[in-house]
Design a protein around this ligand. Sequence first.
Ligand SMILES: *[C@@H]1O[C@H](CO)[C@@H](O)[C@H](O)[C@H]1NC(C)=O
Ligand SMILES: [Cu+2]
Length: 230
Amino acid sequence: MHLTSVVAAGLLSVSTVSAHYCWPAVDNTADWNVVRRTDNFETRNPVKSVTEANFRCFNAAGGKAPNVYTIAAGNKITFKTDNQLYHPGVVNVYMAKAPGNVVDFDGSGNVWFKVYQITANADPSGTNYPTFPAEGLKEITFTIPKNVPSGQYLLRTEHIALHDAYYFGGAQYYIACAQINVTGGGSGNPGPLVAIPGVYTGREPGIIFDPFSYPKPTSYIQPGPAVWTG
Ligand SMILES: *[C@@H]1O[C@H](CO)[C@@H](O)[C@H](O)[C@H]1NC(C)=O
Ligand SMILES: [Cu+2]
């Protein structure tokens, strides 16, 4: 009986979460080896509030990852989902330098700078609906800025799903943080620096946004600071 109910519960969870996604790995690492295991690793449900503690790394219960991934500045890194970015939305990736070992770093304070984004493209004439280049991606690939100082960082990815974002609190956030060790870096001064949570109020025009409105949206403003390119 016990075994049967476990199996049934497993089947149920698989069928109800198939559309959603976590970000468990970078490059060829094993799942949750260098990425802090997110609290939604079983449900794959999103964070819905930009002010809750889980908006930072979505791992209030999950804690630290066992390992740190070493990568050279100027190299490309791939952050992988376990499914695909199923919903229409946009991506932001932030980094924060740990004062010591990243495993012990909680990412608090004005320490985060943006290193990558995938925005939405609205048609200024209002003829066509916006397009979402991130939609359907299984992974994202971007460059660790060449001039970022060497050292240990949290690398935080965020997919903002906008399919139900026409009201305050409607956007969904799919978040994870990897522990990385940047080598061969430079003497850049990354910024602007923001706190997470704190970077968004949830009332930004790129967060309360209706992709399916009529008249159609004619612009899209990416939330958060400008990308620091080094
Ligand atoms: C970071 O990389 C340097 C250079 O390879 C290495 O000496 C150091 O042990 C690495 N640190 C971690 C935490 O992986
Ligand atoms: Cu959904």
